[in-house]
Write a protein that binds this ligand. Structure first.
Ligand code: ADP
Ligand code: MG
Ligand code: MG
Length: 199
């Protein structure tokens, strides 16, 4: 019954939604300095919608990822919604068939599939100052699992976007004014990857 009160989502999804509520202004600020200032608002909507679509506190990782993919793909304005939605769709598909022991490898495989979809849809490559600069080093090779070391590579990649001039998305309009400011999409993706590993 869609009119009933929404059930609480799984704890890791709740924690992520809280993170993006608490840091909305910080993400908006990063995007203001290298784009149009709405990235925090877009993520807040994305996670509120993910929570609303979630199956409940005991949802599987695959179900939660599917709820998030649907939320990002359908309920978010801005380029980040559909593009991060493609990553989440790749993840959900890869995790659906995986057993518990295979999860880190399946998540890594799903990220690689999602990365390919994002490049096809948005035309960006690593080095263009997008969330791909966090994603690509995390799962650099076929078979790279998503583990703590991969999250650290993603965090290093996100931090390094501060030195990049944008070639895709709105940051490409501001040129070297974005130097010193990390790409908000990359910073946000690190949070999502860390939450998946730690859940
Ligand atoms: P908009 O620029 O439409 O306002 P958002 O602010 O929601 O979109 O999202 C901005 C983020 O989207 C950037 O930080 C970047 O990581 C990501 N992004 C933008 N364009 C692309 C692209 N072509 N490929 C991959 N990621 C992109
Ligand atoms: Mg924006
Ligand atoms: Mg916008």
């Amino acid at each position: 019954d869609e009119s009933g009160p929404a059930a609480e989502p799984s704890p890791w999804l709740r924690a992520l939604a809280d993170h993006f509520d608490d840091h909305r202004a910080d993400y908006d600020d990063l995007d203001r300095r290298a784009g149009d200032g709405d990235f925090g608002a877009n993520m807040q909507v994305a996670f509120a919608s993910s929570v609303a679509r979630a199956a409940g506190p005991d949802a599987s990782l695959a179900d939660d990822l599917r709820s998030m993919a649907d939320a990002f793909g359908n309920d978010v304005g801005g380029s980040s919604g559909p593009l991060l939605g493609l990553v989440l769709t790749g993840l959900a598909e890869a995790v659906e068939d995986a057993g518990d022991d295979d999860l880190p490898a399946a998540v890594g495989e799903g990220l690689r599939a999602g990365m390919a979809s994002v490049t096809r849809a948005g035309g960006a490559e690593p080095g263009d100052r997008t969330f791909l600069d966090a994603l690509a080093p995390a799962v650099a090779e076929d078979g790279t699992p998503l583990d703590g070391a991969a999250v650290q590579r993603a965090a290093d990649g996100a931090a390094a976007t501060a030195d990049l001039v944008g070639k895709r998305g709105r940051s490409s309009y501001v040129g070297d004014k974005a130097i010193g400011v990390p790409d908000p999409g990359a910073v946000a993706l690190v949070q999502v990857l860390a939450a998946i590993v730690e859940r």
